[in-house]
Design a protein. Sequence first.
Length: 314
Amino acid sequence: MADVVGLAKLILQQQERRAVDRAANDGFRAITFQSDDGLTLYARDYGGPEIADRLPVICLPGLTRNARDFHSLALLLSTDPVTPWRVIAIDYRGRGQSDRDANKANYNLGIEARDVVSACQYLDIERGIFIGTSRGGLILHLLAQMRPDLIAAVILNDIGPDIEANGLKRIRDYLNAAPPRSWSEAVAFLKACHGRYFPALQEDDWREMAAAIYRDIDGKPVADFDPAIATQLLAIDFAQPLPDLWQYFDDLTAVPVLVVKGEHSDLIADKTVEAMRDRCPSLSVLEAQGQGHAPLLHLEPVLQRVRRFVSEVT
């Protein structure tokens, strides 16, 4: 019996390692560029500048997430047999392979929006289709006011100008929880935190999510972001209304907008989506069935809708 248990553990460990390896597959060019205050920042360039006959897709991840979140989506789009796209996925400062910032106050939307501008300047991108997941979507609200010329179209992945306090509290709590001690614990932790919101996910999806969130150091998962980013959430006074970004959202309505909303999301409410549609009648909405905050965009049928949306942008 002990041999059977040992073999089962070995198989599980091999599966976990394969998930980590898949998240690190080739298919992109790793690039570094400088922020305007001197940090070295990181991005992935899928497809490369040789795909010049259509607009690039620029992917902006969530609060503590990184470019690996978009790996599967970026591979699918950049290797599309009919209409391949160049896809850029960015690590903000303090996340992934970008420098940590000694001044923790610089982890804010305005400075991170400037970093996105720096990435576009470095890559000679004058205009693109932007996908913003959670925090990335908030950054796009500010970018629409700072540099509207950069934005040809926007996909807001489970985010809008109003954030639900209960969803943000949940994010605060799991980001500040004790870290997992092994890859199996990391997968179990993610399923415990998010499982009831994501009934559509399969076991491989959870392992790939863990590989995107955590960095492998000596065989153990380590959260791949500056802990100060999570600590900031502890200072939020939830007795007060959360600030909104409606004045910035109005600047986004000049371009095509697709909102992907998780069926079980607790961060963006249906009433917020309806208010967005009232202010932007051309806005399109897709509900990601069986997913919560934030939907995985490479899963069907979401992928087909994303592909169609970017295809229609000129």
